[in-house]
Design a protein around this ligand. Structure first.
Ligand SMILES: *[C@@H]1O[C@H](CO)[C@@H](O)[C@H](O)[C@H]1NC(C)=O
Ligand SMILES: *[C@@H]1O[C@H](CO)[C@@H](O)[C@H](O)[C@H]1NC(C)=O
Length: 339
């Protein structure tokens, strides 16, 4: 276990884990100054959200947090050796004095609009390690700290012929674990009607979507104790009231068991620090059920990390709607390792 991880466990939910979840080589901090890789951030949510960008290696953009109105895009540029993450903050009100305390219900970074560090869990993360080992790019959607908003990652070939040749239905994962924009009927769901494209794919090679979730299972997937704002019981408002039949709010952020409790078995630390000694927790199993292509705990690499030849850009879509993808289970883990 790294000292960083240990420190973050001790601080628990007071501060977010600065640990990068993917167990893969870390890049040394270095300056390159040549930011040529686009990260297009798209807000498809019906409300304003506050995207945040944290650089953990290489050179990131000067924009580290901003207000994104619904249906808007912003492109930032990062270096070809960038390592970092993008997440969305919700329900923010920033004071004019700036900073101190918390300004957002989820994903807050010290009350600042322009983040200088990681966000407070829960927040769905888009994680990137560009030009990691063997000139490959690694990326994933992580629910390791928790879930707040639906999120998809679309590979942008960026003029690179090796990437243009890839089948986008194997490179563009999506995680939809809240009802906002969820397509409840898996049998009739077709995002490609009228020749539309969806998350960089078309009907000629459609994304494989998860088919088991219903509106009811999706609205109650978060283990009761891990909801950050569980509904009050009717009547006297006894809190918390562990009754799964009470209807939950449409916006129901879910903190991971590791982030909430810090137990070694949940966080894969101490004697559980290894792929063979750590098992998915009740939270990880629930998260994997709603978002099969997302990272759900520290040793989930084989079923959540996408690997492509280096050179591309990426689109991060908040609230993609539709349904979660099920790329890895339906196409085989080989489908996510390209080159
Ligand atoms: C955002 O970018 C996407 C991808 O380039 C594009 O299809 C869409 O039209 C853009 N939306 C707006 C509002 O500019
Ligand atoms: C908080 O933000 C979420 C996501 O944008 C939204 O659905 C919800 O209505 C907001 N809650 C409040 C109390 O504003």
């Amino acid at each position: 276990m790294s000292a960083l991880r240990l420190a973050s466990l001790l601080l628990l939910a007071l501060t977010a884990s600065a640990e990068h979840h993917m167990s893969r080589p870390r890049l040394a901090q270095r300056q390159s100054g040549n930011n040529n890789r686009p990260i297009l951030i798209s807000n498809w949510c019906t409300e304003t959200i506050y995207p945040a960008i944290l650089t953990q290696g290489g050179t990131g953009p000067s924009t580290t947090g901003y207000a994104a109105q619904p249906n808007t895009n912003l492109t930032v540029y990062v270096s070809s050796d960038w390592q970092g993450r993008v997440w969305g903050r919700t329900n923010c009100t920033f004071s004019s004095s700036g900073g101190g305390g918390s300004s957002c219900t989820t994903g807050d970074c010290g009350g600042l609009q322009a983040c200088k560090g990681p966000g407070v869990p829960p927040a769905t993360l888009a994680e990137f390690t560009l030009a990691g080992s063997q000139s490959q790019d690694f990326y994933d959607i992580s629910l390791v700290d928790g879930y707040n908003l639906g999120l998809a990652i679309v590979l942008l070939p960026n003029g690179n012929s090796a990437l243009q040749a890839l089948d986008p239905s194997t490179t563009n994962p999506s995680c939809v674990a809240s009802l906002n924009g969820f397509a409840a009927s898996s049998s009739s769901y077709n995002p490609y009607a009228n020749n539309q494209q969806f998350l960089g794919t078309s009907s000629s090679s459609p994304l494989p979507f998860e088919s088991k979730q219903t509106a009811s299972t999706l609205s109650s997937w978060c283990p009761w104790d891990l909801q950050t704002s569980p509904p009050l019981a009717p009547g006297d408002g006894v809190y918390p009231y562990p009754d799964g039949s009470i209807s939950r709010p449409a916006f129901d952020p879910c903190i991971s068991a590791c982030s909430k409790y810090g137990d070694a078995s949940y966080c894969c630390t101490g004697k559980y620090n290894g792929p063979n000694s750590c098992s998915p927790s009740y939270y990880s199993k629930a998260a994997k059920g709603v978002c099969p292509d997302a990272y759900s705990y520290a040793y989930d690499d084989q079923t959540s990390t996408f690997i492509t030849p280096t050179g591309g850009g990426f689109q991060v879509v908040f609230c993609p709607g539709g349904r979660s993808t099920d790329i890895i289970a339906s196409k085989g883990s080989g489908a996510i390792k390209h080159g």
